[in-house]
Design a protein around this ligand. Sequence first.
Ligand code: ARG
Length: 462
Amino acid sequence: MTLWATRMGAAPADEMMAFTASLHFDRRLAASDIEGSIAHVHGLEKAGIVTPEESAELVEALRRTGDELAESVFEFQPGDEDIHTAIERRVRELAGDVGAKLHSGRSRNDQVATALRLYAREQLTLIAGLALELQATLLRRAKEAGPSYMPGYTHLQRAQPVLLAHYLLAHGWALTRDVDRLFATLGRLNVSPLGAGALAGSSLPLDPDEVASTLAMPARFENSLDAVSDRDFVAEALFDIALIGVHLSRVGEEVALFSTEEFAFFRLDDAWATGSSMLPQKKNPDVAELARGKAGRLIGDLTGFLATLKGLPLAYNRDLQEDKEPFFDAVDQVSLALVAVEGLLGTVSFDVQRMQEAADSPNLVAVTLAEWLVARGVPFRHAHGIVAALVRESLERKVPLSELLEAHPSFGEDALELLEPGSGLARYTTAGGAGPEAVARQMERFESQLLIDRERLASWTS
Ligand code: ARG
């Protein structure tokens, strides 16, 4: 029997229950629901609605129900519509009439909003931790890369040489912003909706501020209508996760590209590559490809849920139950992806010789040659034209650029050192640039930001 059966003249249709029940996916909110319910019981006790003895009995029944669920010995009944009603039903079985007091001054509307916030708080903290681990791996690989360099690309055309460490840290900084966004979302979601009731609060002397502090939430809702209908935190979390997915997707694309025979900059570790069922020679970058592919799904979780929210009147509507599956899916997939990409990048090996050879192509020092002239007083546009003409001539006449430079009145022999392998790179000294000195400073800043973010994370887990 459902909790609301007494209102109806007939038993619910099986097909109606099949369509509306959410138990099969919202059971993962069990621990969060119990936590919210225990805080509510303390509130009922403070308000004098239950005695201290009754309160202890309710908490005991809730804890036992929580244990049964955690140990998978909880017996679900056909009338259990969702995890919230299943828990309340069990508490009534365990605590009898006292159990029947649990839902005083509360609705499933504020109850589910509370449970989902608590669950999101825990999950976003875990995701931030996984992102930080991936950042630590990128930092380790950047340190190991030392002076190795590679071509940097624009439009997928070789552009300028960059340190391999610079390339790796570029992906690391994107994750720094992801982690920062997760902390900002955590800050905004840490507001208790408990006490908003169905939509209007309660005539019982409950204290939502007190309940918020029991839940370690620094604030309570300001408006009960808003409290039960607000799922901004889910949408925000889905955006944060989708953008992490986009970042991992870009890493995946590059790993797939750079491990082709055509590039051959990266070699995948055997434990992180897959074989082909037909082609014996194949070693496939499936992890990289799935990291790329999952982004589509994560974006879908976000956009689908935004469409669910659009146009909903205040306050609670059952549409809001559709918040859970996209959110759970996004949490699961991004967690798997962060771990997998960490494994992939932690074990990939770099063919430094090949990357450096590609970066040593004389054309990649073109802008450095132009800037060499600028430093000697030549206006940049003129310098650009001179170098462009030299590059064209070198290609058309198949004459090495060095010969043309040596013979050129604006350059001469002095400029030849610019063509030495890696010499152009050392000249990128400006802050945030791709040369060794700048990257050393960048690496320090990255490392100290990582420490700061680890401390921020610790403040969410304690
Ligand atoms: N399972 C429901 C949800 O996830 C719980 C809230 C139901 N509230 C209601 N008024 N029917 O949203």
